[in-house]
Structure formats: C-alpha cells, structure tokens
Design a protein around this ligand. Structure first.
Ligand code: NAP
Length: 322
C-alpha cells in the first residue's frame, strides 16, 4: 500500500510517499481503509518531534481519517467489516491504518466521509472545550482565535448553537467573511487590529467570558487582560509559540480561570464521549454544524498540503485523498 513516511525530524519536506506493507491485524484492533484523511495542525508538530506522541522512524504522520472498516480482530465485537467510520489515531496518512476500537466512531448514513473526517478531532475538540471544560450558556460571550480554521469554525457554530455571542479573530478579510457566514456576531482581523482593544470596545469594557486560544504566545497575555470578571481562558495549542510562564496570583484580580485542554484523554471516558457525540450528531442533523473544506490534495502531495496550512491561507479542513 501507499503511505507517507519520514525518517528525520523537520518541516514538511521530510515527508515522502512510499510503498510499504499493509498493517497486520492484531488482537484488539481493526484495520480501516482510509477514504478521506484530514490534516491537523498537530501533524506539523509531529514531524518536527514537538507533538505529545514522538515519531518512531520510519513513521507515518496523520491522526484522523474517515473510511471503511476493512478487517476486525476476532476479539472486537462492536465493529464489522464494511462499516463507515471515522477515527482518531496515529498513522492516518496511508491507504490503511490499524486502530483501537475505542478510537473509532461509526458514521451515520447522513454524514459524508468529508464531514465524518472532521468529527473526531476538529468538531469534538471544539465541543468538549465549550461543553465539558466550560459550560457555555446563553448570554455568555466567547472569543475564538483562528476562527476560520478547522477547530475554530466548529467552535464558532457550537458556541452560537449554545446561545453565546461569538467573536472570532482571523488574519485576513477573506477569512473574516467566511467566519461571519458561519455565524460569528463579530470578527476581528488581529493582523490589522488590536484584538484586546476591540474586544473591550465591543463588550462596552466588560470583557469576554470565555477565550479559546490555540495561538499561544502572541495572544495569551493579551487575552487575560480582556477577560471579564470570572472569565475563563482555555489554552489548547501553540501555533504561534508557547506562552510565557503564568503568574497565577495575577488571576486573583478578576477571579479568572485558566485551563488547558488536550482531546485524546476524552476518548478514555465513555460517558463524556457519548455526550459529545450525541450532541454533535444532533447539531449536524439540524444543519447547525458543518466544517467547510478549505483544500483537497492527493496523498502524494502531503508536503504541499502542510505548506498550505503553515501559510495561514487555509480555512476549515484540508484533506488528503489516498
Ligand atoms: N488540544 C487539543 O486536543 C487540540 C486538538 C485539535 C487542535 N488543536 C490545536 O488547535 C489549533 C487549530 O488546529 P487546526 O488543526 O484546526 O488548524 P487550523 O486552525 O485549521 O490551521 C492553522 C491556523 O492557525 C492559525 N495560526 C495562528 N498562528 C499561526 C502560526 N504562527 N503559524 C501557522 N498558523 C497559525 C492560522 O489562522 P489565522 O492566521 O487566521 O490565525 C492558520 O490558518 C492548533 O494550534 C492545534 O494544535 C489542539
């Protein structure tokens, strides 16, 4: 089968398409034939050796895809060959990937592989920050950084569906138009405007209740300054670099909360997973949650696809087609 592999740490250029053996079925696993593979920002950290999971060379990047179950180990009872599924799991930039069943989500008929492939990471990261880590309710204000990206655009829609007033930040006018189309009440171009000053102006100097921040260094400190009393910041990424260490005593002034979030832990909790999936499927059925496709590349062009995401021009999900 074909797979992207790399055997040294670095940027997109370390990846290449190779012919490799199909993964063997092992006890307690399934093999999925990938139809749509999504690019996540974490894949870029993975090839650099900066992700929580470290590569073992030669390794295959990728952590999310949708496709069809190809083979099921005899001790796996709840999945069958032929089922349409999406999953979170390492090594998805390939024709076939071996996955643990707890990381596999059966897809309902009404969900395309494209939308299905945006569910395990982008949609569920946004959902669990807004409804598991925070309790987003009507009347709250939510600031979503990089709001035109995969997680960002899902977060805008899920926060709107919860009744919040949503402000997005983006780095271009095209992205601002897209985020407005997906329901944001206000969008700030944080390349040309001081987002904290704008947030204070838009909130009549009250500040914001919840900030979802995966940019890090350029946004974190400023974000703390524009939180409302009892406001909450969730740090869940660092596309712009790690923020400076936090002096917790500073949070006392406005009774602020700072949390951090990482999605894979959620998959270990069946009940929390069930709640996130049930509500996400409901929002999808009601037409309130959909992630636009911002680019499609053949698997062989994974290098170009990573460069596109790094260029900050991509929107929604960028896909690889095996
Ligand atoms: N903790 C978790 O479990 C978890 C799960 C999923 C994703 N994440 C994190 O969430 C973020 C979004 O992930 P995604 O896969 O949906 O990516 P994405 O938002 O679709 O793509 C990247 C976007 O990040 C923004 N960005 C800000 N600073 C950047 C920089 N220095 N270089 C490149 N891009 C920069 C750009 O949008 P603007 O230019 O408009 O800002 C860019 O378009 C990433 O930081 C990722 O690591 C975390």
């Amino acid at each position: 089968m074909k797979a992207i592999q790399f055997d040294q740490l670095g940027g997109p250029e370390v990846m290449s398409l190779r012919e490799v053996p199909k993964p063997e079925l092992r006890p307690g696993t399934v093999i999925v034939k990938n139809h749509i593979i999504t690019i996540n920002f974490g894949d870029i950290f993975f090839t650099r050796g900066e992700y929580i999971v470290k590569p073992v060379f030669p390794d295959t990047p990728g952590m999310e895809a949708a496709g069809i179950v190809d083979a099921v180990a005899p001790d796996v009872t709840d999945l069958k060959p032929g089922m349409r599924v999406a999953y979170i799991g390492m090594g998805s930039y390939a024709d076939y990937t071996r996955i643990r069943p707890s990381r596999v989500i059966p897809l309902p008929d009404y969900m395309s592989f494209e939308q299905g492939a945006a569910l395990p990471i982008a949609m569920l990261t946004a959902w669990h920050m807004l409804h598991t880590i925070h309790q987003t309710r009507e009347g709250q204000t939510v600031l979503v950084h990089s709001a035109a990206g995969g997680v960002g655009i899902a977060a805008v829609q899920i926060a709107k569906a919860a009744g919040a007033r949503v402000i997005g930040t983006v780095s271009s006018a095209e992205k601002a138009a897209l985020v407005t189309k997906f329901g944001a009440d206000e969008v700030i171009d944080y390349e040309t405007q001081d987002f904290a000053a704008e947030v204070m102006r838009l909130s009549n100097n009250r500040g914001i209740d919840l900030i979802l921040d995966a940019v890090g260094k350029p946004t974190f400190e400023k974000g703390l300054r524009c939180l409302a009393p009892f406001g909450h910041m969730i740090l869940f990424g660092r596309a712009g670099g790690l923020p400076d260490p936090l002096n917790v005593a500073k949070l006392m002034e406005k009774s602020l909360t700072v949390s951090a979030f990482v999605l894979p832990l959620i998959y270990s909790n069946r009940e929390v997973m069930r709640r996130g999936l049930e509500h996400s499927f409901q929002l999808i059925r009601e037409g309130k949650l959909t992630v636009p496709i911002g680019g499609t590349f053949p698997l062989a062009q994974a290098v170009e696809a990573h460069r596109f995401v790094l260029s900050r021009r991509s929107t929604g999900k960028v896909l690889l087609i095996p």
